[in-house]
Write a protein that binds this ligand. Structure first.
Ligand code: ZN
Length: 590
C-alpha cells in the first residue's frame, strides 16, 4: 500500500516536473488571434451537398436518424482523445472574445486543443503541450513499460483484450491497471447512438442496412463487433454507412485502440457502374501491360470490393484535421481473413478537395492555355484506376527458384514503388481503354478522344504538385517524385520559361508507357539494390520544382467541410440531441 502511494506520488511529481516548463512555454508561445486565423485558413470552409432526391421516403427518414446518431459520436471521440477534452471544449466555445472564437473554430476542426498539422502541438494554454501519445485510452501517467509488464501478468484472453481494439486501460482504487470494455466506458453515448441506429433500422426498406444497424447497435452493448463487421461487408444499399470504432492512429503509444468514427453517405450509382465496367476489363489490361509476359497473371483473382459514395455527414475520427477521402476497412484480421476488406471512396469529398486545393495549384503551376484542361472527372477516374491497378502487375515472383513477392524483396522501398506503379499503370490503363473504347464497349462510360486525353494528363500533372508540396517523406510523395522526374526526363512534362509546366501531348503517351514498364520491371525483378539505386536518383525534389512549390504555400492544405445537406435534413425534422457539443454557429463560419 505504502509502495503504491509512494509510486503514485513519484509519478505525480515527475509528471509535474515534466509538464510545468512545457505549460509555461505553451503560455508564452500561444498563437494570438491573427496566428490562429492563419492556422485555421489552411482548412478552407467548403459546403458538402448531396442529392437525396432518389431516396425513398422511408430511407430519407432513416437518414435523419443516422445523422443524429453520428452527431453523438463527436462527443464520444473527443472523450477518447483526452480526459478533459469535453470540459475544455465547453469552456472554449462559451468564450465569445475574438481570441475565444478563434480558438473555438480551430478546436472544432481538430476536435482537440492540439493542431494536427503542427505535429499535435497545443494552440492554447492550460493543456498538455502535445496531444497525449496514448490519448485517453490509457492513464495519462502510464508508461509503455508499465503496460507491458502488466500485460504479462494477465491470462491469455485478457492479454488479447488488453492489446485489442475495444477496451480502455484505467487504474483501480489502488492505482493498479485494469481493463474496461468500450461498452462500459462509453455507455451513455453508445446507448443513445444504438437507439438511433435501431430507429433507422426500423425505417429503412433495405435489408442489408437494417441488418448492419441492428447488429452494430447490439455490438455497442455487447462489445463484440464481429457480426456487425460481417454485416458491414455485406452492406449494399442506397444509404451506405460506416459507423463504429475503427482506426488506431490516435493510439500513438501502441496503435491498439480504435477511435469511433462515422461516415453517413449515399452510394454514387454512376461511378459504381463505371467501376463495374472497368472491372470487367482488368484481365485484358493485365494481358497488355508493358511487362515481361512471364510475370503476367493469366487469371486475376477477385478484386476487393470498392464502393463510391457521397458524404452526407461524418463525425468523430472521420471528421477532424485533414479529411479522409478514401478508406479500407475493417482492420480486424479475423473479419478480413473471412470476408476480405472493402474500399470506400468519398467522391464529393474528393471533389471538394479538388475545387479548393487542386484548382488553385493548377493556376500557379500550369501554363495559361493548359489550365482549362484540368477537370474533376479525369481526376476521379484516375483515382479509381489507381485503386484497381494495385491488383494488377507482378504479385507473385520467383527469384533463384524461390517463390516470393515484390513486397518481400523490395522491403521498405516497396510501398513507394507500388504507389507509383498504381499511378502510372492507372494512366496506362485509361489510355488503353480510350484507345479500345469501341471494342471494349466503354462508350458512354469513359470519355475518349483528344480532349479527354489532354484532360487526363494535364489534370495528372497538376495533381503531382498537390502531392509534392508536402515533401517526399512518405510513400505517396516518394512515388510521385519518381514519376514526375521520370516524365520530365522523357519529355512528357516540360517546364516553361515562366517556371510553370505543360504536358507535351506527343511525348507523354510513350513516356507513361516507359514509366509503367520501368516500375513493373522493378517489381518483377525484385532486385532491392537496383531499386535502391534508382530511387536514390529519382526520388528528389529538383531546384526548379522546389521554386514552383514555394509559390503554393498560401493555398489551403485541406477543406473544412460544412455539411449543408445534413444540416437541412435534420433542421426541418428534429431538435438536436442534448449533451452533444454543437459547433458554435457564428456568421463567419457559413
Ligand atoms: Zn494506392
Amino acid at each position: 500500500m505504502l509502495r503504491v502511494l509512494y509510486e503514485a506520488l513519484m509519478r505525480t511529481l515527475i509528471l509535474l516536473l515534466c509538464l510545468f516548463p512545457l505549460i509555461m512555454a505553451a503560455q508564452t508561445n500561444d498563437p494570438n488571434v491573427e496566428q490562429l486565423k492563419q492556422m485555421t485558413a489552411r482548412f478552407a470552409p467548403t459546403p458538402i451537398r448531396v442529392d437525396t432526391s432518389h431516396l425513398s421516403s422511408s430511407d430519407k427518414q432513416a437518414l435523419v436518424k443516422l445523422i443524429e446518431a453520428a452527431r453523438v459520436i463527436d462527443s464520444l471521440f473527443m472523450e477518447q482523445i483526452w480526459s478533459k477534452n469535453l470540459e475544455t471544449w465547453n469552456t472554449v466555445k462559451n468564450d465569445h472574445t475574438p481570441l475565444g472564437e478563434a480558438r473555438a473554430h480551430y478546436y472544432w476542426i481538430n476536435k482537440s486543443p492540439w493542431s494536427a498539422l503542427d505535429a499535435e502541438k497545443a494552440f492554447m494554454p492550460g493543456v498538455p503541450e502535445r496531444k497525449p501519445l496514448g490519448a485517453n485510452f490509457y492513464p495519462e501517467d502510464m508508461t509503455k513499460e508499465e503496460f507491458e509488464t502488466w500485460v504479462k501478468t494477465l491470462s491469455a484472453k485478457e492479454q488479447q483484450e488488453a492489446t485489442g481494439f475495444f477496451t480502455v486501460v484505467r487504474r483501480d482504487a489502488n492505482g493498479k491497471l485494469k481493463l474496461v470494455p468500450y461498452s462500459e466506458e462509453y455507455k451513455q453515448y453508445l446507448q443513445r447512438a444504438g437507439d438511433l441506429l435501431r430507429e433507422a433500422a426500423a425505417l429503412t426498406d433495405n435489408a442489408t442496412l437494417k441488418k448492419f444497424c441492428n447488429e452494430r447497435a447490439a455490438a455497442f452493448a455487447s462489445n463484440d463487433y464481429y457480426a456487425s463487421d460481417i454485416a458491414w461487408m455485406d452492406l449494399d444499399a442506397p444509404i451506405d454507412i460506416t459507423f463504429g470504432p475503427y482506426e488506431t492512429y490516435n493510439d500513438e503509444l501502441f496503435n491498439y485502440k480504435a477511435a469511433f468514427e462515422t461516415y453517413i453517405t449515399l452510394r454514387d450509382e454512376e461511378e459504381s457502374d463505371k467501376l463495374k465496367a472497368f472491372a470487367a476489363h482488368l484481365q485484358e489490361i493485365e494481358n497488355n501491360l508493358p511487362e515481361d509476359p512471364k510475370v503476367r497473371n493469366p487469371k486475376l483473382g477477385a478484386a476487393a470490393p470498392i464502393r463510391v459514395v457521397n458524404s452526407v455527414f461524418s463525425s468523430g475520427d472521420g471528421n477532424h484535421g485533414v479529411q479522409t477521402a478514401a478508406f479500407n476497412l475493417p482492420n480486424d484480421e479475423k473479419v478480413v481473413a473471412e470476408k476480405g476488406a472493402k474500399r470506400v471512396m468519398l467522391k464529393n469529398i474528393q471533389q471538394a478537395k479538388f475545387q479548393t486545393v487542386l484548382m488553385p495549384i493548377a493556376e500557379r503551376t500550369l501554363s495559361k492555355q493548359q489550365q482549362s484542361d484540368v477537370a474533376f472527372e479525369p481526376f476521379f477516374t484516375h483515382i479509381l484506376a489507381h485503386e484497381l491497378m494495385h491488383g494488377l502487375g507482378p504479385q507473385q515472383i520467383t527469384i533463384d527458384g524461390k517463390k516470393t513477392s515484390p513486397r518481400q524483396q523490395l522491403k521498405e522501398l516497396y510501398s513507394s514503388i507500388e504507389e507509383a506503379k498504381a499511378d502510372a499503370t492507372g494512366l496506362f490503363a485509361l489510355q488503353y481503354m480510350m484507345d479500345h473504347e469501341k471494342e471494349m464497349k466503354l462508350e458512354g462510360v469513359l470519355n475518349a478522344g483528344p480532349e479527354a486525353e489532354r484532360q487526363l494528363y494535364t489534370t495528372y500533372l497538376a495533381s503531382t504538385f498537390r502531392t509534392l508540396r508536402f515533401g517526399i517523406t512518405e510513400a505517396h510523395g516518394k512515388g510521385m517524385a519518381f514519376q514526375f522526374n521520370f516524365l520530365v526526363d522523357h519529355g512528357g512534362f516540360v517546364q516553361n520559361p515562366d517556371g510553370t509546366f505543360s504536358v507535351n501531348m506527343q511525348k507523354i503517351k510513350p513516356a507513361v508507357r516507359e514509366l509503367t514498364h520501368t516500375l513493373l520491371t522493378l517489381e518483377a525483378n525484385g532486385n532491392y539494390d537496383a531499386a535502391k539505386k534508382m530511387l536514390a536518383e529519382m526520388v528528389v525534389i529538383r531546384p526548379a520544382t522546389q521554386k514552383l512549390l514555394d509559390r503554393l504555400s498560401d493555398i489551403p492544405v485541406d477543406i473544412e467541410p460544412r455539411f449543408v445537406t445534413a444540416g437541412e435534413l435534420t433542421a426541418s425534422t428534429t431538435k438536436a440531441p442534448p449533451a452533444v457539443p454543437q459547433r458554435p454557429t457564428r456568421p463567419s463560419r457559413n
